[in-house]
Each structure stands twice: as structure tokens, then as C-alpha cells.
Design a protein around this ligand. Structure first.
Ligand SMILES: N[C@@H](CCC(=O)N[C@@H](CS)C(=O)NCC(=O)O)C(=O)O
Length: 210
């Protein structure tokens, strides 16, 4: 498989964790987002939305959208499972996943932040702090009250929620969010980062890391 990725893309980071947890070998095709490589025609032919990640399967078929990719990986490679069998519990975990994937991440995407700065004229520092922290805090406030005491989001079981939480926490530290109100989130993230699958997926360990 080939993963179209960028070292600092948190959506690609999720897929890297998922691939590693399933023990699937893959090749990284790095696209430099700041140089606009994800808008090149050859990549748009694979992913018309022009975002990373995309996963090209060995037979040439391509999947886009990290959540669709991870759900496909989980269906196709059932061990270890990313969700419990109980449908209510599974939906509860997916609600944590969506808090990150739908209610934090899209608002703080590089394309959205750039658009606020130009053409809308918002002060870049306001975008990096006031705007960015606002949506992170809203999501993390809700997760902090819902996640278990650990070691992982859902007690002893690693689930999709951990796969989404860790990259978002990485971004939050990059953008200097104060974590004093989020001890549970931080502790879960620290536990996950002890695992090889999470370590290997870290941005600094990617071939295109700068
Ligand atoms: N919903 C998409 C989001 C993908 C996404 O936003 N990717 C970001 C990097 S984390 C990107 O490609 N940004 C480039 C841009 O906004 O131009 C997914 O989960 O795959």
C-alpha cells in the first residue's frame, strides 16, 4: 500500500497509527502541503478534494478521508479491533472520534486558517491562538469529561478514539494550548505514545520530517 502523507498532517498521522496497529507495511509518498504539492494534477486525479491522506491499495484502488480509510482497514484487517462489539459502546467511541474529526480538526485546518488570514484579513496571531484554541478547548473540554481514567480513552482497550486523540494533542502542543485543564487527555496520550505503533507514526519519525 502507498500512503499519501505529510509529516505534520494529523489526518495522515491517524492513518499511520492505524496501519501500524494492524501491522500493515506501507510506503509513504510525501506531499509537501506548504509547497502546494497536494494541489498538483496527478494528486488531484487520486483525491479531487486535494487533501491528505489518501491510501492507494496494492491493486491500485484509492481511498480518501482518514475515517473512511481507518474504517476500511478495521473491516479488512479485524485484528486488533478498533471498536468493541457492543453497538452502543462502539457508537459512543465514534462520538469521541467525531468530536476530533468533525468538530475540532476541520476548523483548524491549514486551508481554513490561511483563508481567515487572506482574504478575510484576520490577524495571523489571532488565528494561531484565539481561533485555534477556541475550537480545541471546546472539543477537549467535552472529551476530558467523557473519556475514562485510562490508560486509554476507553479503559484498557485501545480504540479508534486513541487514534484520533493523539494527533490532535500533538497539534495542540504545537500551537501551545495550555493543558492544565486536560490532565486526563494528556495522560492517555502519554500512555499511547509508549507503544511502538504510535511512536513510529509520530511526525518526527516520518521520512519527510524537517
Ligand atoms: N476530513 C479529511 C481531512 C483531511 C485534511 O484536512 N488534511 C489536511 C492536513 S491534516 C490537508 O490536507 N490540508 C491541506 C489544505 O488545507 O490545503 C480527513 O479526515 O482525511
Amino acid at each position: 500500500m502507498r500512503l499519501f502523507s505529510y509529516w505534520r498532517s494529523s489526518a495522515a498521522y491517524r492513518v499511520r497509527i492505524a496501519l501500524n496497529l494492524k501491522g500493515i507495511e506501507y510506503e509513504t509518498v510525501a506531499l509537501h502541503l506548504l509547497q502546494g504539492e497536494h494541489k498538483r494534477d496527478d494528486y488531484l486525479a487520486l483525491n479531487p478534494l486535494g487533501l491528505v491522506p489518501a491510501l492507494e491499495l496494492d491493486d491500485g484502488r484509492v481511498l480518501t478521508q482518514s475515517t473512511a480509510i481507518i474504517q476500511w482497514l478495521n473491516d479488512s484487517y479485524p485484528t486488533p479491533p478498533f471498536l468493541p462489539e457492543d453497538s452502543f459502546e462502539s457508537a459512543r467511541i465514534m462520538s469521541w472520534v467525531h468530536t476530533v474529526a468533525c468538530d475540532i480538526h476541520p476548523l483548524n485546518n491549514v486551508g481554513v486558517m490561511n483563508f481567515l488570514k487572506e482574504p478575510l484579513g484576520v490577524d495571523p496571531e489571532q488565528v494561531r491562538t484565539t481561533w485555534y484554541h477556541k475550537w480545541l478547548r471546546r472539543g477537549f473540554d467535552s472529551l476530558e469529561t467523557q473519556l475514562t481514567d485510562g490508560p486509554y480513552c476507553y479503559g484498557d482497550s485501545l480504540t479508534m478514539a486513541d487514534i484520533y486523540l493523539v494527533p490532535q494533542v500533538y497539534n495542540a502542543h504545537r500551537f501551545k494550548l495550555d493543558f492544565s485543564n486536560f490532565p486526563r487527555i494528556q495522560s492517555i496520550c502519554d500512555q499511547c505514545n509508549k507503544l511502538d505503533a504510535f511512536k513510529a507514526a509520530q511526525p518526527e519519525n516520518q521520512p519527510d520530517a524537517e
